[in-house]
Design a protein around this ligand. Sequence first.
Ligand SMILES: [Zn+2]
Length: 242
Amino acid sequence: MIRTIRQSLRSIRYHSARRERTRWTRAMDAALVASFLLCVPAAFLSATLVRRDALQVVFGQIVPRLDGTMNAMLLDEASPSVSWGQAGSIEFELRLGQEDLGFPFVIREDLLPVAVWVAPYPGAPRLQAADPATQAVELDAIAHAVDRAGDPALAESFHAKGRRSRVVWTGLVASIPAWWILLLLIAAIGIQLARLATAVATRYSTGRRWSRIRRGVCPSCGYDTRGSLFSERCPECGELLE
Ligand SMILES: [Zn+2]
């Protein structure tokens, strides 16, 4: 039994000859290790460099009440009984910005604070309600409308002070092997190109050497050695003459 195993092991060792190791196979092995070590940093780096912007706009209007207060509504909560564009109403837009970061898959999502744009009257330039002192009444009304709308994501974005980041774990997990393959592919193409260039250069220099020997000039520097038939070396560069 043991002898059978030993014999089959020996036959496997005999038949699976190690591939010939050249500097190109060593370069490919090094590329495999290097791309493995670099795929995680590359994925994280892509999350700071590659971004796609997404903008969502929510429309609404503010209707002044008789007692001087303001009633704001978002467009999608408006019922058929609410008439739009009625006298004295002010339209507004909420702009929700989102940045998707990472390559090839989204690794991080950044939610930007909501920008509030209020148009005081038709045809007027749009104002960004960044200054709470001037637009306080409208902003309060809009804040109430947002809270009433029952959209937790919108409400959270509206009340958020700064940018909020969220890691997309599925994207991160998918991006790391994708980067490994990508880096390995780039390295393999580079190695193959270098190999091709070396082969072409070798063929060119060998060809030139042979043509120089045929023409009777020094194979190394091209100096005419036909006059110095009995010298062993090229008088110009010292190359051994054949
Ligand atoms: Zn020479």
